[in-house]
Design a protein around this ligand. Structure first.
Ligand code: GLN
Ligand code: ZN
Length: 757
């Protein structure tokens, strides 16, 4: 019999119960006990949903982040948390920070947050220094084990492995992280033995670093770790996911653990080699269901892959999703508004586990035992393959006929810049913003009423127009040079476009945790992408009609739309991206024809899409840049293209950024004292740059002088004539009371620089 298990279940709850419970608790409306109770209810519910599996995961649930849980398990929360506070308070101090107050609280800065491998989930970065000491604090984990056992579940606790834990963290001094391994291993050993004392047989120990390019030191660290943990009294399932093992394949097979899990979605072609290499006493867990996407599994295809392996491994074969199901929505049956056809193609966490059980049954008892289900599945797969909603020959033809030349501007930057300046007559250090203005309650209400059909088209238009007028008036008052319409009509920078393009579907409850209580609801990109009609022109044109100053058109770029959606798996991502780029290109050209002379195309997620392995970066960047160029560069020389990226690491992608050839790029820089511009300087980046001069994430109002200083620092690195003046990012999360004085100071900072020219 094959064993079925799961690597992790979404925590947030099908109605986002955890989110709301957390936020109530943080606002002080409920007590810790209430929050704990919600946690318990969700855990029990989620285990019940997994009850058909042979082993359910424990320890995957978290109030904020499982890496932070690991830090607490190892007594390695940042040293600045208040050691006298209770465990939960310390935990939230580390995750969210704590504002200081005169009477009782000292200020605690939150731990840094960063992306979990190549997903959109963010974890809290463990902190290390030479003094780091670890201690086993398994109380929370042990309590959950008891809870699951008491409820009758067969369990397998989940831990982040010691090497990945170090790899994910940062040293705050110059300490070599790997030097800490010797201190860490005895603590892991102690935890594992305590688990054994509590009747645990198997432990899933996650070492996703095995799918990255590892130096010899890191490979040796894995050896050291697992040779030392081999003495423990539990069986370890060494768990890898998100990619291929490649040069770590032999190492992963040979480490002294009782089993190995591999991601058979991303590393399907390594499966047979792994079976060949695997010592004969080991269990192999095959991650056969995609834990990162929402499509139904082709069960017949999966069986074809698994049957010969099953013959070889027999009961040493385990089955699971490729990775934790944290990255997909919980339950398709919550969706009432998806059309039947699309719905038939999808599987969320609960459905994925049903698929897993079916596959196991087909292996254990023969395909005949699940013949009907296999036939149904085959039909769904075929329908999707053949559906005219997926395939649009016109889009395919257009894509095929589009070559790099369509991504080429007529003239080189310098010539274009002169022509644009002629037309736009902008002052030196032109001022602008990144696009959105405060999303007030009124604005959200207006959109909501419209969505619910409580507001007629005409009324909705009027109300949004009033918001646009308000934003334009404010900008005129403030004296900004290039205005924006403010994005009042947009809920989200991807959803807004997805909803108007063909090829996208939207869920009601398809929430996926991004960080802490924050969730996103990625669109489902199921088919060939086309644009039935203009998406933004009306709003921008209206904004432009109110002023003689230039108003920037505002679009989301193809790479960002792709990277923030669930993407179809029946064609390469590059192909899908190209389709989006053509649809947005049409919008760019329509804006241009409507008299919009400046168009910004945001690529907030371009960097996020970088593959885990550096060896694959070039391929990705090549098609990502090409897609942007196709979108942006179909315009006349007079039209000025802006792009915006809200992150701060350009060192390793500067060539690609330059190849995008946007006339102006606005970036986040304020917190780095303009050091981020060094790479632009070194590279001799030829086009204009708007380095953010103030941090929009903080409610602090920047002073004119601070911004003048930052701009001087910028001017030491970048030719003055190429500099723009703008905030770090959009202002939608701020209030007008913060935005107005900040922008006023920003405009006068630009003015005083002009005087010094
Ligand atoms: N134009 C968008 C805004 O201002 C850009 C947001 C982003 O880059 N994340 O909100
Ligand atoms: Zn941004």
């Amino acid at each position: 019999m094959v064993t079925t298990h799961n690597l992790g279940f979404p925590r947030i709850g099908s109605q986002r119960e955890l989110k709301f419970a957390l936020e109530r608790y943080w606002r002080g409306e409920t007590a810790a006990d209430d929050l704990e109770q919600t946690g318990k209810t969700l855990r029990l519910r989620h285990w019940s949903l997994q009850a058909d599996l042979d082993l359910v995961p424990v320890g995957d649930f978290s109030f904020y982040d499982h890496v932070l849980d690991t830090s607490q398990l190892l007594d390695n929360l940042p040293s600045r948390v208040d050691k006298n506070a209770d465990a939960l308070t310390q935990y939230f101090q580390a995750s969210r920070g704590q504002a200081g107050s005169s009477c009782c609280n000292h200020q605690v800065a939150a731990a840094e947050m960063t992306k979990w491998f190549d997903t959109n989930y963010h974890y809290l970065v463990p902190e290390f220094n030479a003094e780091s000491a670890f201690k086993a604090c398994p109380e929370r984990l042990l309590a959950q084990i008891k809870e699951a056992k008491a409820a009758g579940f067969k369990i397998k606790p989940v831990l982040v492995g010691p090497v990945s834990y170090l790899w994910l963290g940062k040293t705050k001094d110059e300490t070599d992280k790997l030097a800490l391994l010797d201190k860490l291993l005895p603590v892991y050993a102690e935890i594992l033995d305590q688990l054994a004392d509590n009747g645990v047989e198997w432990v899933q120990i996650d070492e996703p670093v095995l799918v990255t390019e590892l130096s010899t030191e890191w490979q040796q660290a894995l050896q050291k770790a697992y040779f030392s943990l081999a003495k423990c009294r539990v069986k370890l399932l060494l768990t890898t996911y998100f990619g291929q093992l490649q040069q770590n394949l032999q190492l992963a097979c040979e480490l002294p653990t009782a089993g190995l899990h591999i991601d058979a979605i991303n590393a399907a072609d390594e499966l047979v080699r792994v079976v060949d290499w695997l010592p004969s006493h080991k269990v192999l867990s095959v991650g056969i269901i995609n834990g990162r996407n929402i499509w139904k599994t082709d069960l017949t295809q999966a069986l074809e892959l698994l049957e010969p392996i099953h013959t070889r491994l027999a009961e040493r074969l385990w089955l699971a999703p490729s990775c934790s199901l944290l990255h997909v929505p919980i339950d398709l049956s919550s969706e009432q508004n998806l059309d039947e056809e699309t719905r038939d193609w999808l599987a969320f966490a609960v459905q994925k586990l049903e698929e897993l059980t079916l596959i196991a049954q087909a292996l254990n008892l023969g395909r005949d035992s699940v013949a009907t289900q296999l036939a149904d599945n085959k039909q769904s797969i075929q329908h999707r393959q053949q559906s005219t909603r997926v395939h649009n020959p016109a889009v395919k033809q257009r894509c095929e006929a589009t070559h790099s030349a369509s991504g080429q501007r007529h003239s080189a930057y310098l010539q274009r810049a002169a022509i644009q300046q002629q037309a736009l007559q902008l002052p030196a250090f032109p001022t602008t913003t990144i696009g959105s203005f405060p999303q007030t309650n009124d604005i959200r209400q207006t959109r909501k009423k419209y969505r619910l059909g409580q507001l007629a088209d005409a009324e909705y238009r009027q109300q949004i127009q009033a918001e646009i007028r308000y934003a334009i008036d404010k900008q005129l008052e403030l004296g900004l040079d290039v205005l924006v319409h403010g994005e009042a009509e947009r809920n989200d920078m991807v959803e807004y476009f997805g909803q108007q393009l063909q090829g996208f579907a939207f869920t009601e409850f398809g929430w996926v945790q991004s960080y802490g209580s924050r969730c996103v609801k990625p669109p489902i990109l199921y088919g060939d992408v086309s644009r039935p009609g203009p998406m933004t022109v009306e709003w921008i044109q209206y904004a432009q009609s109110l002023t003689d100053k230039p108003v920037k058109g505002m679009l989301t770029g193809p790479v960002t739309i792709l990277n923030w959606s669930f993407v179809r798996d029946d064609q390469p991502r590059s192909e899908t991206c190209k389709q989006i780029s053509l649809a947005i290109r049409d919008e760019v050209i329509d804006l241009e024809s409507a008299g919009v002379n400046i168009i910004q195309i945001d690529e907030a997620a371009l960097r996020e899409g970088l593959p885990l392995r550096q060896s694959q970066w070039k391929t990705y960047l090549d098609w990502a840049v090409e897609s942007f160029r196709i979108t942006a560069n179909g315009v006349a020389d007079e039209t000025q293209i802006h792009t915006h990226m809200c992150y701060s690491e350009f060192n390793d992608i500067i060539e690609a950024i330059a190849a995008m050839d946007a006339d102006v790029i606005t970036i986040e820089t304020s917190r780095s004292q303009m050091e981020l511009l060094d790479v632009f300087q070194k590279f001799d980046y030829p086009n204009a740059i708007g380095p953010g001069v103030y941090d929009i994430h903080s409610p602090n109002i920047p002073s004119k002088q601070e911004m003048v200083e930052l701009l001087k620092l910028a001017a030491q690195r970048i030719d003055k004539t190429l500099l723009w003046v703008n905030p770090d990012c959009g202002l939608k999360t701020r209030r007008w009371e913060e935005v107005e004085p900040a922008l006023k100071a920003m405009v006068s900072a630009a003015q005083s620089l002009r005087l010094k020219l």
